[in-house]
Design a protein around this ligand. Structure first.
Ligand code: FES
Ligand code: MG
Length: 586
């Protein structure tokens, strides 16, 4: 917007249309009934929405209810008028059957709100896993000025004197329960100890990954992602975010100018460097689809895989979000990536400056937590993208492959990056839980556990279940992990070396539907292939085994009818085209 020209504000069409005083009065009167004045709504001040994701049902984001006060003060001080409204709650761990069902629902709901109400700009309040992508996807579609305010991670958890991280401790505690080391009460205590304060998960799981990537995309103020929820800086950046969005409206700085190919390049690069969640490609590809930018799993392989892991955070490393923040957070990591030539300096961000300008003076304060790219924790640590007769694409978190696993499977002197195992196939998580401890189930150290029926259509929503534990008897004997393959996802807090997000899923005609228990599978990390070693003439004639439970709610049916596969972000399309791209508002 050239200069501060109120006549070009979207909200004027509702609140101050000189050509239609009748409609203006109708739109205006109800927004006065809680104490706003005509002067406020008609004096040419931008109307700034606060998309409120916090509620009692969304504990990871709940403190946004309080932070919104600082956002409002920032908006007011910069000359805007704040209007707060609720977005559909998404709680990762409490929502059955899976929170994944709600990402697109929240996106579609927010699109309608941003498109249909007198809003000039919006503050997106993010935190728990899908609350971040769902809101950015909506803002990208409507393309009005938008800025991300992360809620920030919880403080570090402690249990019996050591640091314990969200999610990650659950996998560990489950293992100890299976081994008989702890009882149920200790299991509950251990799990609860990882959640000591307000905020989202404190490991580099999906929540912290996605908030870091929102910053990497340029959608939040620099330094926003890592500030722990209870710290004073969280309130301060809330105020600054509120101030900044008003300026963004006057500058007409929209998501389409920020969410460019270069921004996605930076996000993918950052994801590798932080050891980000395996859910990140699903969400980043979905944001790209809503932004109209061409990103595919090939981009993740080409851009992301060669990037080193430089952040030492759980689940792949040792530390938690408080140390990550004190070490410099995203600005320090971006500075390392820019210095090494991995990140694109010209990408524009919400503060109006480029990534190169924002992070020019950023540095790492603690080398135990954030390394230089030349001295990484792991080289070539990005997600590896595989294909084969089982799927067109699936990802593997190379940085999560443990030493034990490497020794068992990856140390063949002839071919250290290829291994074979025998498939044990499960149709959905219920089948896995029902049979995994069956004494007659043939599972040993060279088995590969496979789960199908867990993709976007099959589950529906796609379940976080691929990180399957071996049977209790093997865990007790010291075999704590087996390779796993599946068309579902796994929690970003898991350190399991799974091959997941397989697309197309079994329910959409993927090769996993033809796999049978007892088939040999060869995984070759040199060629990035995963294949069932079944003769083509037999494989081609095999009947697919597709297990699709009935939809439990109308939304599940609508979702299944229009959702795509995980490799494409699991976004919704209709027979009229991509459901969420329409004419943009002025
Ligand atoms: Fe909400 Fe982890 S469960 S952030
Ligand atoms: Mg999750």
């Amino acid at each position: 917007m050239t200069k501060r020209d109120p006549a070009r504000l979207r909200s004027r069409q509702w609140f101050d249309d000189p050509k239609d005083p009748g409609m203006t009065a109708l739109y205006l009167e109800r927004y006065l009934n809680f104490g706003l004045t005509r002067e406020e709504l008609q004096s040419g001040r931008p109307i700034i929405a606060i998309a409120q994701s916090g509620s009692d049902l969304s504990p990871c984001n709940r403190h946004h209810i309080d932070l919104a006060q600082r956002v409002r003060e920032g908006i007011r001080d910069a000359g805007g008028i704040p209007l707060e409204f609720p977005v559909h709650p998404i709680q990762e761990t409490g929502r059955r059957p899976t929170a994944a069902l709600d990402r697109n629902l929240a996106t579609l709901g927010l699109i309608e709100i941003l498109h249909g109400y007198p809003i000039d700009g919006v503050v997106l309040t993010t935190g728990c896993d899908k609350t971040t992508p769902s809101q950015i996807m909506a803002a990208a579609t409507v393309d009005i000025p938008a800025i991300v305010l992360s809620g920030g991670p919880m403080l570090n958890g402690r249990y019996h004197g050591r640091c314990v991280g969200s999610g990650t401790v659950i996998w560990e505690a489950r293992q100890q329960l299976a081994e008989g080391i702890i009882d149920t009460d200790a299991f509950m205590d251990m799990a609860a100890s990882s959640a000591p304060s307000i905020g989202h998960c404190n490991t580099m799981g999906t929540a912290l990954s996605m908030n870091c990537l929102a910053e990497g995309l340029g959608m939040s103020l620099p330094g926003c992602a890592s500030i722990p929820a209870p710290y004073r800086e969280r309130g301060q950046i809330s105020y600054l975010t509120g101030k900044r969005i008003v300026e963004m409206v006057w500058e007409d700085l929209r998501p389409s100018q920020i969410l460019t190919a270069e921004a996605f390049h930076n996000a993918i690069t950052l994801c590798s460097a932080i050891g980000g969640s395996t859910n990140a490609p699903v969400h980043i590809n979905a944001i790209a689809r809503h932004a109209g930018v061409d990103i595919s799993m090939n981009t993740w392989q080409d851009v992301g895989q060669k990037i080193p892991l430089i952040v030492n955070c759980q689940p792949t490393g040792e530390y938690l979000s408080e140390e990550f923040h004190h070490a410099g957070g995203v600005p320090a990591v971006m500075a390392e990536l820019l210095k090494a030539g991995f990140a694109k300096p010209a990408a524009r961000t919400v503060n109006g400056r480029t990534a190169g300008e924002n992070y020019a003076d950023s540095f790492t304060e603690d080398r135990r937590v954030i390394r230089a790219c030349a001295a990484p924790l792991i080289e070539n640590a990005g997600l590896m993208v595989l294909s084969g007769n089982l799927f067109d694409s699936a990802v593997m978190k190379i940085s999560a492959v443990g030493d034990d696993f490497r020794a068992r499977y990856l140390s063949d002197p002839d071919d250290p990056n290829a291994f074979e195992g025998v498939a044990v196939v499960f149709d959905g998580p219920e089948d896995y839980h029902a049979r995994i401890n069956d004494p007659d189930l043939a599972v040993d150290a060279r088995s590969i556990l496979v789960i199908r029926g867990c993709g976007t259509v099959g589950y529906p929503g796609s379940a976080e279940v691929v990180n399957m534990l071996p049977p209790d008897r093997l865990v007790k004997a010291g075999l704590t992990e087996l390779p796993t393959i599946g068309d579902g996802r796994q929690s970003g807090t898991s350190y399991a070396p799974s091959i997941l997000n397989a697309s197309p899923e079994a329910a959409a005609g993927g090769g996993l539907a033809k796999l049978r228990t007892g088939d040999r599978i060869r995984i070759d990390l040199n060629t990035r292939r995963a294949d069932a070693l079944v003769a083509p003439e037999i494989w081609d004639k095999r009947e697919p085994n597709v297990f699709v439970p009935p939809s439990q709610t109308p939304w599940q049916a609508v979702y299944r009818d229009s959702v795509g596969q995980l490799d494409d972000g699991g976004v919704m399309t209709t027979k009229f085209g991509f459901a969420t791209v329409g004419p943009r508002p002025p």
